[in-house]
Design a binder for this molecule. Structure first.
Ligand SMILES: *[C@@H]1O[C@H](CO)[C@@H](O)[C@H](O)[C@H]1NC(C)=O
Length: 131
């Protein structure tokens, strides 16, 4: 139902404060048409990068988000840059395996909001900074 492929590491460096920062380009392919029923107002979808390091058992960082207004726009085929950079609290990202997860909120016209998520591919960050 959904595939996200990282196509480019745009920049991977260590900030002056010592935190690693990565910006990515990725292709999103996701057909979310089935989330639209008579009661769906819109769908909010976001992509997170999730990984472990010595500081935290789970770091979850939002990379991109998108509002789908209707079913006609729910079959996503997009090439996008990360809206939000992946910033580590520290410098543990070199060679790190990162799990991509697609999350969505289905906002109804009436009733309770439904939330779900789906684990996607893993990708490995480069062993060295790009700049
Ligand atoms: C990513 O999407 C672009 C534009 O649709 C396409 O040209 C490119 O081949 C895709 N790359 C991968 C690795 O799927």
């Amino acid at each position: 139902m959904a595939i996200v492929v990282v196509t480019k590491i745009n920049r991977f460096h260590k900030q002056i404060n010592g935190n690693d920062k990565v910006t990515l380009t990725f292709n999103v392919s996701a057909n979310l048409e089935s989330l639209f029923t008579w009661n769906t107002k819109q769908v909010f979808v976001f992509l997170t990068a999730e990984y472990k390091n010595a500081k935290n058992s789970l770091n979850q960082i939002s990379l991109w988000d998108h509002i789908i207004p209707d079913k006609e726009h729910a079959n996503l085929q997009l090439e996008v840059k990360s809206k939000y950079p992946l910033i580590d609290q520290g410098s543990s990202l070199r060679g790190k395996k990162v799990q991509l997860v697609l999350h969505w909120y289905v906002m109804p016209n009436a009733g309770t909001m439904i939330q779900d998520q789906m684990a996607l591919s893993e990708f490995k960050l480069p062993d060295a900074y790009t700049s």
